[in-house]
Design a protein around this ligand. Structure first.
Ligand SMILES: NC(=O)c1ccc[n+]([C@@H]2O[C@H](COP(=O)([O-])OP(=O)(O)OC[C@H]3O[C@@H](n4cnc5c(N)ncnc54)[C@H](OP(=O)(O)O)[C@@H]3O)[C@@H](O)[C@H]2O)c1
Length: 326
């Protein structure tokens, strides 16, 4: 099968197209004919050898994909060959076929095409888990979303609105702020030109936000933590700009919490809550509340360009890789 593959840890430019063997689904797994995949920032982290998991070489990156079920592994009962599905993958989405856990493979929602399906599972499920189960966001509260025009950021904005919160989206350019507002944020602030905390406190009459969803980390963390009010919940989601250190003294006085959230590990520990997350997302999608943006599409051969848009901070929403369009 055609695949974009990684033969050694390094830059995304070291990825190359190759013909490799079609994988076999094991117990509880399915083989998918991939129609489309999408780029996640974590793909570049995995290729660099800095991700939580390190696949054997050669492997294909790609943490999600949409397509049709081609083969069932032993013990899989709730899917049929030919089903149109989206799946969260350990890796391997940038290839014509990929193996997925059946428990992490879901039928496409009504009206959802393969491109949207390829862009949905990781961003929306992980953002929902972070906001709903870790952040415990309540209707009427204020959600601050950093990197709000990114793949997971825009998903967080839409989920926050769907849950009845007031959403402040924060990003780095006027174009990104426009996208954040178009996707339903109540306010959008630029954290490059003005201090984040000052802007959030000004928008909340000095009260601060209740929940912060942070896929960015790095130098922004200090100001973001200070943007949280009494009882605020800071959800560490990703570290594209570096891993921050949490100063415990700044949690104590305002009864703030710092929490971690990882879709990969949540699935293993809380499968029932993950099922509930997908059901709630399906309802929001059916109501028309969730409208994933695909800002760019590339054929599989140009998958590196899809990843580069993310590493160079130029993507808005999701970037789809068309593997074998139907
Ligand atoms: N915990 C989980 O379950 C989970 C699930 C999925 C992803 N993640 C993590 O979340 C993070 C974001 O993933 P994503 O796929 O949403 O990425 P993305 O689409 O590229 O969005 C990341 C956003 O971060 C901002 N950013 C700030 N500094 C940056 C820098 N130095 N380089 C690149 N972007 C920078 C950018 O917005 P501005 O330019 O506006 O600042 C960008 O829009 C990654 O670390 C990923 O591993 C975690």
């Amino acid at each position: 099968m055609r695949a974009l593959i990684c033969r050694d840890w390094g830059d995304i430019d070291t990825l190359e197209m190759a013909d490799i063997a079609v994988p076999e689904p094991g117990p509880g797994q399915v083989l998918l004919d991939i129609v489309a995949s999408s780029a996640n920032f974590a793909d570049s982290i995995m290729v660099a050898g800095n991700y939580q998991t390190k696949p054997d070489f050669p492997f294909s990156p790609g943490l999600e994909g949409a397509g049709r079920v081609a083969k069932l592994g032993p013990g899989v009962e709730h899917l049929q060959v030919g089903d149109a599905v989206m799946a969260k993958l350990a890796h391997g989405g940038f290839a014509e076929h990929a193996v997925a856990e059946a428990a992490e493979t879901w039928p496409l929602f009504d009206g959802m095409d393969f491109g949207i399906g390829a862009a949905f599972a990781v961003a929306y499920l992980s953002a929902h888990v972070a906001i709903r189960w870790q952040g415990r966001l309540e209707a009427g509260e204020t959600l601050l979303v950093l990197g709000a025009a990114g793949g997971s950021g825009l998903a967080a904005v839409e989920i926050g609105k769907a849950m009845g919160a007031r959403v402040i989206g924060a990003a780095s350019s006027a174009e990104k702020l426009r996208a954040v507002l178009e996707h339903g944020a109540d306010e959008a602030v630029n954290y490059v030109v003005r201090n984040l905390k000052d802007q959030v406190l000004a928008l909340t009459d000095g009260q601060g936000a209740d929940v912060c969803f942070d896929p960015v980390g790095g130098p922004l963390f200090d100001s973001a933590l200070s943007s949280l009010g009494w009882g605020g919940r800071f959800v560490h989601f990703g570290f594209v700009a570096g891993v921050p250190q949490v100063p415990a003294n700044r949690l104590l006085v305002k009864h703030r919490s710092a929490l971690g959230s990882s879709l990969r590990y949540f699935q293993a520990r809380r499968p029932d809550q993950l099922t509930q997350s997908m059901a709630e997302l399906a309802d929001y999608y059916a109501q028309g509340t969730l409208k994933p943006i695909i800002s760019h599409r590339f054929p599989l051969e140009q998958g590196v360009e899809a990843l580069r848009l993310l590493t160079e901070r130029r993507a808005i929403g999701k970037v789809v890789v068309d593997v074998a369009p139907e």
